[in-house]
Design a protein around this ligand. Structure first.
Ligand code: HEM
Length: 121
């Protein structure tokens, strides 16, 4: 069974990413980084990416091609403060899912690793 199935499919990712962007919306450091006034598109891209990463449908790739996340984050200044703010909202979102500890830990470890890999400043 994929991790995607283990957490209950798309609904878990919808909740995760929606909660995350609620945090981003009110974050004075992160909000200005997002180019679009409406965060709906950004929310959808992150949701589809995570769904694909964890073994769900590959809609992200069909719409966006190869993720190339380093390249796609290059226009944004991501230092330690931005990484920490991003992870703080993600931590809150992961906890809100109330997943079994093993699944929660797996998701959180990945997100920390991925966020670190995108630091570019
Ligand atoms: C896009 C910021 C970490 C996945 C974006 C965008 C910003 C941003 C400003 C553009 C929003 C848009 O699509 O309109 C950040 C910051 C991070 C971070 C400050 C802190 C380290 C991550 C991590 C992941 C991720 C860890 C994956 C686990 C994505 C994806 C997109 C995106 C999939 C859309 C790419 C595309 O298809 O265009 N991010 N991000 N980001 N981010 Fe991040």
């Amino acid at each position: 069974m994929s991790f995607y199935d283990a957490v209950g499919g798309s609904e878990a990712f919808e909740r995760l990413v929606h909660r995350f962007y609620q945090g981003v919306k009110s974050d004075p450091l992160l909000r200005p980084l997002y180019p679009e006034e409406d965060l709906t598109g950004a929310e959808e891209r992150l949701r589809l990416f995570l769904i694909q990463y964890w073994g769900g449908p590959t809609t992200y790739g069909k719409q966006r091609g190869h993720p190339r996340l380093r390249m796609r984050h290059a226009p944004f200044v991501i230092g330690e403060p931005e990484r920490d703010a991003w992870l703080r909202h993600m931590r809150d979102a992961v906890e809100s899912l109330e997943l079994p500890e093993e699944l929660s830990a797996k998701l959180w470890t990945y997100l920390q690793y991925a966020a670190q890999s995108l630091v570019n400043a």
